[in-house]
Design a protein around this ligand. Structure first.
Ligand code: SF4
Length: 326
């Protein structure tokens, strides 16, 4: 794995305005925002898999979509191959970025056109991005996605296939254009447990053998251990801890990361210490001041509701945003 970043995301923001209406503008109402992503930074080297974990609604999927510019960022930089794609507007550059930065969605039943055969589905992005006969690229992509023998699948339609096979087709589509960066957004959460490992192995192979850099988004921490080199924990639109996967999963330092790990099911673990969080996730429209986790944090100190903690290094490759490590 190279240390040079394939993609370098800096202080990314995705805010949604809550009062855009005509009435709000003439009444001069103070603008309010839902800050789905608020200052997220990470870099991914070649062949690196970064897991992005957190509760539903923490902003992890919005982060993936915004990095790919499927949502327009509100602020920050997305440096890809030396260019800040957040400020690039020319269509040729964006088309090239869309080829090199792909996504696999959670729901394979919705991500494929039901009227397309498998061959048409996998071929479509190839014909958009490459001139000439697409056949060879289609076959290679399908073989890499484990759809073998390829000829058994080419003429079939989505309704004739299982969920696992559909997700492999969605994956074949994504890798058919030889991306350097892939966002995998909960790619196994809708699949039977028995076939998840096979799909997860694909991502690991793409990283190890093709050097693909992958942002793997999931609320399922057990799958992170299998595929990720590093793991980042998100809470209310921000990363609160990041580091090597085994360190974060085995020895989390941030109190929220500790609670998340303690709640994750682990096979055979009986007398694990539970960390009980108080209350529900706060409304993202009205994020608590200071550390946004303070109303639920079992370790909060007096500074926590006043001052937002800075992100600090607590090891060679590990950082945490918490006053306990100041
Ligand atoms: Fe808890 Fe304070 Fe650390 Fe936030 S900064 S996680 S409230 S101890």
């Amino acid at each position: 794995m190279s240390t040079e970043a394939v993609i370098d995301v800096r202080d990314l923001q995705k805010w949604y305005s809550l009062n855009q209406g005509f009435l709000s503008s003439i009444l001069g109402r103070e603008e309010r925002h839902l800050k789905a992503v608020d200052g997220v930074s990470f870099a991914l080297g070649r062949g690196e898999v970064l897991g992005l974990a957190g509760e539903s609604g923490c902003g992890k999927s919005t982060t993936g979509m915004t990095v790919l510019q499927l949502h327009q960022p509100t602020g920050g930089e997305i440096v890809f191959e030396g260019r800040n794609m957040a400020s690039v507007r020319d269509s040729a550059s964006m088309k090239e970025f869309r080829r090199k930065a792909q996504i696999v969605f959670q729901n394979p039943y919705e991500s494929l056109n039901p009227r397309f055969t498998v061959e048409q589905s996998v071929q479509e992005p190839v014909t958009i991005h490459f001139a000439g006969d697409p056949t060879e690229r289609v076959i290679v992509a399908m073989e890499r996605a484990g759809l073998v023998p390829v000829e058994n699948f080419l003429s079939r339609y989505p309704h004739q296939l299982s969920g696992g096979q559909l997700q492999r087709i969605a994956i074949a589509r994504a890798i058919s254009v030889e991306p350097r960066f892939l966002v995998a957004d909960e790619p196994v959460s809708m699949l039977d447990v028995s076939i998840r490992a096979g799909i997860l192995n694909l991502f690991k192979r793409f990283a190890d053998e093709l050097g693909m850099s992958i942002l793997y988004i999931s609320h399922d921490l057990s799958t992170m251990r299998h595929v990720c080199t590093r793991v980042a924990i998100m809470y209310l639109g921000r990363i609160v801890e990041v580091g090597p996967a085994d360190e974060i999963l085995d020895r989390p330092q941030h109190p929220y990361a500790q609670a998340l790990m303690a709640a994750a099911p682990v096979m055979g673990a009986r007398n694990r210490k539970r960390v009980q969080l108080q209350g529900a996730v706060p409304n993202p429209i009205d994020v608590p001041g200071g550390c946004s986790f303070h109303p639920r944090c079992p370790k909060a100190i007096s500074a926590c509701n006043k001052v937002a903690p800075e992100f600090r290094a607590i090891g060679a490759r590990r950082s945490v945003a918490c006053h306990l490590y100041a």
